[in-house]
Design a binder for this molecule. Structure first.
Ligand SMILES: Nc1ncnc2c1ncn2[C@@H]1O[C@H](COP(=O)(O)OP(=O)(O)OP(=O)(O)O)[C@@H](O)[C@H]1O
Ligand SMILES: [Mg+2]
Length: 260
């Protein structure tokens, strides 16, 4: 049986514009180099690493928001690396959803929560009756808030609405990119608990991108560590005895010193 997601030897370069007094020069640099990993159905994997190491670029390639220069992404065994346009991506987008750090703040302020949450269902011609109420309850918000608008909610509540919207199609893969980063500690831990529950109840596979390695440790069974566009190590537990790469060891040691 194939994995839900197989990422094979992905490379992505961006151009870096160098401006001098008399010249403008373009240079490219590799944001991702030979990145490979796989994720099984219902599995949760964390992607950790310093800022600029390429985590969001991985997410954007999986979501087909940008295209890889080299390598392959297989989803349910199908090569989705070079799919283009609405028609080709339509069936894939139903099964891969994402929540970003600013997802809550970018909700359309003119729409009601009901319209926001059920929009993906309408895009796929699926029934919407009572789905907004059910989804609100699922993410721990009152079901009678369906007619409210985003500006009437706090940041944490809006982020819950984003999760409800991402989960409404019951995707097989949910990508969470720093989805709890701008929230206070309590809201963030409530949302993490919610994700763990949604993950367990729906068997949704999760790719959890975060700087919070304690959260990654709690939520994910597998952890991939990125540095300078490469996955330097994949491990089951963020434990010094298991880590072999010096950067992973440094990350774990920094986590231990913070929790002292
Ligand atoms: N569209 C783009 N054009 C040019 N460079 C880009 C683009 N997107 C990302 N980069 C660069 O690629 C590198 C990886 O960026 P990426 O956003 O993937 O990092 P990250 O690991 O998600 O960082 P953070 O933890 O800060 O979110 C960075 O050097 C970034 O500046
Ligand atoms: Mg990022």
């Amino acid at each position: 049986m194939c994995s839900l997601l197989e990422v094979k030897n992905i490379t992505k370069c961006f151009s870096k514009r160098l401006s001098g007094f008399f010249y403008k020069k373009k240079e490219t640099f590799a944001a991702l180099q030979d990145v490979s990993f796989s994720l099984d159905s219902g599995e949760s994997m964390g992607l950790i690493g310093e800022s600029g190491s390429g985590k969001t670029t991985v997410a954007n390639i999986l979501l087909r928001l940008i295209e890889a220069d080299q390598g392959q992404v297989l989803f349910n065994g199908e090569d989705i690396t070079r799919l283009h346009g609405y028609k080709q991506l339509y069936p894939i987008r139903r099964n891969i959803q994402a929540v970003f750090q600013n997802s809550g703040t970018s909700l359309d302020s003119h729409m009601t929560l009901e319209d926001i949450i059920t929009e993906p269902l309408r895009n796929y011609n699926l029934p919407t009756k009572r789905r907004a109420e059910e989804s609100l309850e699922l993410v721990g918000l009152p079901s009678d808030w369906a007619k409210r608008k985003p500006y009437q909610l706090s940041g944490g509540q809006r982020q819950r609405v984003s999760i409800a919207r991402a989960m409404v199609l019951k995707p097989s893969l949910l990508i969470l990119d720093e989805a709890t980063s701008n929230l206070d500690v309590i809201t963030s831990s409530q949302i993490l608990a919610l994700m763990r529950r949604l993950h367990e109840e729906n068997q949704t596979a999760i790719l959890f991108i975060s700087h919070d390695i304690s959260a990654v440790d709690k939520l994910c069974t597998k952890k991939a560590v990125m540095k300078d566009g490469r996955i330097v190590e994949t491990l089951r537990s963020l434990d010094l005895n298991e880590a072999s790469h010096p950067y992973t060891r440094k990350l774990i040691e920094s986590k231990m010193s913070v929790s002292l």
